[in-house]
Design a protein around this ligand. Structure first.
Ligand SMILES: *[C@@H]1O[C@H](CO)[C@@H](O)[C@H](O)[C@H]1NC(C)=O
Ligand SMILES: *[C@@H]1O[C@H](CO)[C@@H](O)[C@H](O)[C@H]1NC(C)=O
Ligand SMILES: *[C@@H]1O[C@H](CO)[C@@H](O)[C@H](O)[C@H]1NC(C)=O
Ligand SMILES: [Ca+2]
Length: 370
């Protein structure tokens, strides 16, 4: 991925017939549903992973192996935007995914595999005006090294930080105190008032959920402030010695509760991983009595257990809200302003014999069947 594409709803009957951009897509152009227009607006980026607009309309992009960049656009109307300037804000190859901006636009956040940081930021010059402050650390990891950041709008100052597993099937996720495969929230107001200099991911924060393999995308539903995560589930999974990986397990949408103290039975629960994964195609899961969207016990854990799939039911571990097709790799989730619709972006598969899922899709009540 080296480019940023903008997608917008065309105004009826007034789609700009031309847009004088000289950018050539490196791969095939995206196809979009009726009434949508997609345009390539920036390329030549280094693995862009996250974007945010600052208060003056510059697009901030976190690029893996490069750092943080600000792009200025000239807007010719009708969704025709052309890059006019690009500045490196942070030249730091360790920043790899997370990006956030405070609501006043004056504090910028980004993350490496190990820690999340903040900088004072000036949108008019597109420069950080302070050095980095560590806000959360002790997130060492391998394999799943992105630390997604989500700054709550509902509860100002609450920062959600996700930490994925250290491997495909990672036993350390079973030890709660190790802080692996978890989603936590940290109150940044308490840092600024001096109670603490920084948070330790393992021992601090509000635990939203554990047993969450790799919750790459997290979003806040704006109406009630519910936090949702989209999970990249396991590869090469077997059941009773049979490889079932092409059509199992499902990727997941999980509901992680609220940040304002509103009770939710989901919050802080174990969501299943690594023992329990979610069924997509139940016909290949030998002996499984559940349905698509319910969790089953995988290969090596099944063999030693007298309980079998019972250890994965709702009374034991939290089930997902929605299953998605295996290996689609959801990367982000966003809601509209009144919370009546949500969208999920998918990276697309590498571990599926038939490629699936490179798309951007609205949520439906049954998950994505494509
Ligand atoms: C980042 O810094 C390195 C070394 O100081 C330099 O070689 C490189 O060109 C810089 N990259 C950007 C995008 O500014
Ligand atoms: C901006 O951040 C970088 C690295 O994070 C730091 O080296 C630099 O000093 C900061 N700039 C200012 C003006 O503090
Ligand atoms: C299953 O049991 C065997 C023999 O008791 C043990 O060596 C192995 O580590 C167990 N595997 C798991 C995944 O618990
Ligand atoms: Ca799960």
């Amino acid at each position: 991925m080296t480019a940023v594409i903008c997608i917008n709803v065309a105004r009826a009957g007034s789609v700009a017939s031309s847009c004088s951009t000289t950018l050539e897509p490196e791969t095939t152009e995206p196809t979009v549903a009726k009434d949508y227009v997609a345009r390539l607006v920036a390329n030549g980026l280094s693995e862009p992973r996250g974007i945010k607009f600052d208060t003056e309309g510059h697009l901030l992009v976190v690029e893996q192996y490069l750092g943080l960049t600000a792009i200025t656009f000239d807007d010719a109307g009708d969704g025709c935007v052309i890059e006019s300037e690009r500045k490196t804000i942070l030249n730091d190859t360790l920043l790899n995914h997370g990006i956030e901006l405070s609501s006043d636009g004056k504090t910028l956040y980004a993350s490496s595999s190990y820690a999340a940081y903040s900088w004072d930021y000036d949108a008019s010059s597109q420069k950080n005006t302070s050095g980095p402050k560590t806000i959360v650390d002790n997130m060492y990891g391998t394999d799943h090294t992105t630390r997604t950041l989500l700054l709550s709008k509902k509860v100002p100052g609450m920062m959600v930080v996700t930490r994925g597993s250290l491997g495909n099937i990672d036993d350390t996720a079973e030890v709660k105190d190790l802080g692996v495969s978890q989603v936590k929230a940290f109150d940044l107001n308490k840092l600024s008032s001096g109670d603490k200099k920084k948070y330790n991911y393992l021992t601090d924060g509000l635990l939203l959920g554990w047993g969450l393999r790799n919750e790459v995308g997290v979003g806040e539903e704006p109406n009630k402030g519910g936090i949702y995560g989209v999970e990249n589930s396991a590869d090469d999974v077997t059941r009773d010695g049979v490889n079932i990986h092409n059509t199992n397990p499902a990727e997941e949408l999980n509901f992680l509760g609220y940040l304002d103290g509103t009770p939710s039975k989901n919050q802080g629960r174990n969501f299943g991983y690594p023992k329990c994964l979610t069924a997509w195609d139940t016909s290949t899961i030998n002996g499984f009595k559940g349905t698509t969207g319910e969790q089953f016990v995988i290969g090596m854990f099944n063999k030693n257990s007298s309980q079998g799939d019972a250890m994965c039911d709702e009374s034991q571990v939290q089930q997902p809200r929605l299953p998605f097709h295996p290996h689609m790799a959801p990367l982000d989730i966003l809601f509209n302003d009144d919370g009546t619709a949500g969208w999920v972006t998918f990276h697309g598969s590498w571990n599926s014999d038939k490629p699936v899922g490179k798309l951007f899709h609205p949520l439906t009540n049954r998950g994505i069947t494509y």
